[in-house]
Design a protein around this ligand. Sequence first.
Ligand SMILES: Cc1cc2nc3c(=O)[nH]c(=O)nc-3n(C[C@H](O)[C@H](O)[C@H](O)COP(=O)(O)OP(=O)(O)OC[C@H]3O[C@@H](n4cnc5c(N)ncnc54)[C@H](O)[C@@H]3O)c2cc1C
Ligand SMILES: CC(C)=CCC/C(C)=C/CC/C(C)=C/CSC[C@H](N)C(=O)O
Length: 526
Amino acid sequence: MRADNWAFQSDNSASRAMERTGGRLACSTVGLWLGLLLLCSWGFPGSAEPRAPPENIAIIGAGIGGTSAAYYLRQKFGNDVKIDVFEKGEVGGRLATVTMQGQEYESGGSVIHPLNLHMKRFVKDLGLSAVQSPSGLVGVYNGETLVYEESSWFIINMIKLIWHYGFQSLRMHMWVEDILDKFMRIYRYQSHDYAFSSVEKLLHSLGGDDYLGLFNRSLLETLQKAGFSEKFLDEIITPVMRINYGQTMNINGFVGAVSMSCTDPGLWAVKGGNKLVCSRLLQASKSNLISGSVMSIEEKTRTKQTGNPTKVYEAVYQTGSETHSAFYDIVLVATPLNRKMSNITFLNFDPPIEEFHQYYEPLVTTLIKGQLNSTVFTSRALDEFDLGTVLTTDNPDLFINSIGFVSSVEESNNNPQPKADRSHVWKIFSAGPLTKEQILKLFVSYDYAVKRSWLAYPHYTPPEKCPSIILHDRLYYLNGMEVAASAMEMSAVAGYNAALLAYHRWNGHTHMIDQEDLYEKLKTEL
Ligand SMILES: Cc1cc2nc3c(=O)[nH]c(=O)nc-3n(C[C@H](O)[C@H](O)[C@H](O)COP(=O)(O)OP(=O)(O)OC[C@H]3O[C@@H](n4cnc5c(N)ncnc54)[C@H](O)[C@@H]3O)c2cc1C
Ligand SMILES: CC(C)=CCC/C(C)=C/CC/C(C)=C/CSC[C@H](N)C(=O)O
């Protein structure tokens, strides 16, 4: 058992010692006094004193992972702990907007699933509001023609899907629903305060070996085994993976299901921009934002006011040209450490903190206000082009992953109607920056183009191991969760889990960590 569990154990043994000794001493005055003395110093039997909260906590990264962790750490540890959140760029991280003609558009994480309950709760608790994401018609382009085109008539859509792919679309829907149903168990576990020390254990708790198997096998392998046809996989599933993760069906089955859930109705976004959730979480958690870049973390021994030598972490950080350092009892790393993406060095750890070699997928978001050249995709007359999004198949000649019209973060999108002959704002995802020639292939004319480059999400190559959540005694890492699936809600789940894990380990509540068969145990709980 680690040092941070010790306080809890000694409290318990004090209580047990009290129970054992109390009876025998009660008959003599000396015994009575001694008993009282023991009561004062150890507390009453059965009332184990919780350990004093930590003094200082650092969180590195003010994206949705770091800010949700701040929010839940405050709830768990109370008001006495000082929480510093370091951010080297903008609050929000991969939740960001770009501005065009005075209007803001999401350039990073944009859509939220209706069953993403943490995001839903944040919006409600933080006084924000939701807008519906555009739900225009979708087509799939293979470099020559539209191989699939949605119709605005539900019944025609159904007939088309069955005509082209039999009942595979329905089977796919059921497959995704089953995975999502099991994913929802995490909310129950977290509402009962249970935490997990590894992503694998968390996934296993949701649906056992089969669920973990999803993560360990490619989507292609899983769906081929389930009997889905090559045509369906090429024309429907791959294009969805390309718009969402810029990758093919070689990604793991779990992230594949998360990606497919984006075809569900009811996707939404935060009015004013998704990044508002992060700034509001910071405010609500009464955290101290430090606009600076953390360069190194090292464990040190310090003598606190109590006179006891205590192990703490020293964070060295840079703000502008100045270098500072501060000491923390607990540190949460809420940014990808892969291939030195965050440039944090872990000094003198024995054994050394593991290095993460998986790379993040480069992706460019380009927003263009212009008149789409719909003849690229179809020979039909311009005014008959009614698609809101064009997905693409895995054709190396194609230079875009997808193109779709978008609305500003302030607009509601109940029934948007794009027309090729009017100027709309279109969002394009591509692996690299678009050249002017490429833009002019896609647009008859355009007024504005703004781009934002990302290292967007892990390049998925199952089977792979998720990085540890516990990097060292009181040093936690959130972004290993992205190896399972990268999405806002996944980071929020990781933030809550890390907060619970840090709290339970601090207080020695080992029974709240990595409990097996939680689903069965909690079935009868309200
Ligand atoms: C183009 C794009 C589209 C996406 N679309 C969706 C979507 O529609 N729906 C969805 O759910 N998800 C989407 N995602 C994924 C989602 O945005 C991410 O999974 C999520 O935002 C990750 O949040 P995070 O807090 O874990 O990491 P980040 O947002 O990356 O936060 C990490 C923060 O740490 C900071 N940092 C790094 N190093 C240091 C340091 N040394 N010191 C201090 N600060 C540091 C960074 O500046 C950053 O702000 C999309 C992502 C991209 C890129
Ligand atoms: C975590 C669960 C169960 C569901 C999350 C589903 C979800 C919203 C995943 C997002 C996947 C993702 C990275 C999408 C990127 S592109 C999004 C959108 N199509 C756009 O055009 O911006």
